[in-house]
Design a protein around this ligand. Sequence first.
Ligand SMILES: [Zn+2]
Length: 328
Amino acid sequence: MARNQSQPEAEREEVLECVQQNCPHCNKRMRNKYDNYRTVRTLAGVIRLRLKIRRCYNGECERFGYVLRPEAEGKWALPQHEFGLDVMALAGALRYGEHRSVPEIHHQLQGRGICVSQRSVSHLLERYEELLALCISNKRRLQEIVGGNKQVILAIDGMQPDVGHEVLWVIRECLSGEILLARTLLSARSEDLAVLLREVKEAIGVPIAGVISDGQQSIRKAVEVALPEVPHGLCHFHYLREAAKVIYAADRHAKKELKKQVRGVRAIERSVTNNDDPVSKTVQGYCLAVRSALTDDGRPPLEASGLKLRSQLTLIEQSLERVAQKGD
Ligand SMILES: [Zn+2]
């Protein structure tokens, strides 16, 4: 049964940045080259990914023009895929954990709000099987992934579709975007993860320059144990999201308090609405400035609405003081 709807609209956007900001070959800072967009259907809705692609502009670099995609991209979906890895993990758990048929899985996914055809469910299950069949000891495949790179950056993510399901663990190589190893484990114990990381370390043959994850406790411990010398970075997305919760709450409160102070603007505006003289015109202009500052929201976490309102009101206040000083 083919899908008869078109690609669904994205419900929100996620901006992904490269954690690694220096060229892995010459170690000079890479600049943003362009943004790349992808739409992925996940269990949390349809997400538009905005990928900040970086490029090495150092003319002396042996890999001049080298392009890096954000490391976190691979956590969302496989390359060229429109369905999220979490959807694939759920389909796989239903098929192999609960022995559901394709029509049943199709029904369940639709019930979770995912726009998917039965044929896509079959494809998802095929990809899931391929993923788990990836063999870390296949030397030729490893050579293709590592290519001429002198080092690799690993990312590790665990996907547990629902409580009680097995966790699908995926270890990726970030410079190539390829998946090195995928396993399902009943647990998220650090001992089990350390085994996976050691397996990758032994097979890969080049130094590991860093590990990137969402910083889950068991992953941190596993990296410490299996790769003690390797720096462990967190995805910007995850720590920004965590930090943003506190900042967002404080900023929202600040904005509410500021708004109280300029409530009188409506009454002033009404009193001069129908007047045409220069003074009334000026007052109308200031009222308009205050009102547009009130509705001009920043996008958290990088632009705080409360702080933005404060700086705009300060500018208006300073302007009013200058007018008062002039005296006319
Ligand atoms: Zn370079």
